[in-house]
Design a protein. Structure first.
Length: 283
């Protein structure tokens, strides 16, 4: 395997975190106005309009279609996961959706080891366990399981499959190719369900449409770049940082309190990511 560029991957993951947090807040607001199918279609259409001229100016489609079937499979899985994720935002509190989503690095580590040949070193396992322990401290055990939790867990599993496929695809295709086919294909996949549930978004919701589209585009480009630079089992535990950052965002925007358990859990997540990045850099 080519030498990993963990520092660069970390910077791209910082972009992923920023964009994803923006999309989470805007998506929750927008999904209260229009259907989830419509939210996803608006994002895909706007992203396709933005990316098409960029792709054309960077060599066009000629050398980007060698893995078209894999792109298709990835986007069917990702579309299902995205629908489940947006739906879960409407069924259970935001913090619970994100916490359950953070089982994703565990599934990715297993899938990457099983199908991509990535090795599960002791420090990778330790980082995953410590980070997930921090998540449990923040959300606290004892949640009452309902359909929202099941939907959120399904989203995490589907996203894990999607990320594993992305890692395989980026061995030959660029991040630009990945996100271009993602949004063009998902425009086609989502056209009919969005049309069947279509309601024009009110004027006051248009800024949320813009944020969902721009942040959604940027986040996936950043993620594709990050996992092309380092192992998925190294990169994805960095995403644990999204939970304490979401807690801070919730406190700032919605006056949601931060207790000692949340602060301790956030500290554990920071420790887990530090272990992961430092050890990977040395390796």
């Amino acid at each position: 395997m080519a030498q990993q560029k963990v520092g660069q991957a970390g910077l791209w993951m910082a972009g992923w975190l920023t964009a994803t947090l923006g999309m989470t807040v805007a998506g929750r607001q927008l999904a209260q106005e229009v259907s989830v199918f419509e939210v996803m279609l608006l994002r895909s259409v706007i992203a396709t309009i933005i990316l098409t001229p960029i792709v054309m100016l960077n060599g066009g489609l000629k050398d980007r279609v060698s893995q078209l079937k894999l792109h298709g499979a990835r986007n069917v899985v990702h579309y299902a996961g995205q629908y489940a994720w947006f739906s879960a935002l409407l069924l259970i509190p935001l913090a619970e959706v994100i916490a359950i989503e953070f089982t994703m690095p565990l599934w990715i580590a297993i899938l990457a080891a099983a199908f991509l040949g990535e090795r599960l070193y002791g420090w990778k396992v330790a980082a995953l366990i410590v980070g997930f322990g921090g998540v449990l401290m923040i959300v606290k055990p004892g949640l009452t399981l309902n359909v929202g939790h099941v939907v959120a867990l399904a989203a995490a599993l589907l996203f894990a499959v999607s990320v594993t496929l992305t890692k395989y695809i980026t061995r030959r295709d660029t991040a630009l190719t990945v996100i271009f086919f993602m949004f063009t294909m998902q425009t086609v996949i989502g056209a009919v369900p969005a049309w069947l549930t279509w309601v024009w978004p009110p004027v006051h919701a248009l800024p949320f449409v813009a944020v969902v589209a721009l942040a959604g585009t940027g986040s996936h480009y950043c993620l594709s770049k990050a996992i092309s630079l380092a192992d998925a089992t190294v990169v994805m535990p960095m995403d644990f940082l999204r939970l304490p950052l979401s807690a801070l965002l919730g406190y700032w925007l919605y006056n949601e309190g931060l207790d000692a358990w949340s602060l301790a859990g956030g500290a554990m997540i920071l420790v887990a990511n530090t272990i992961n990045i430092v050890k990977a850099s040395r390796a």
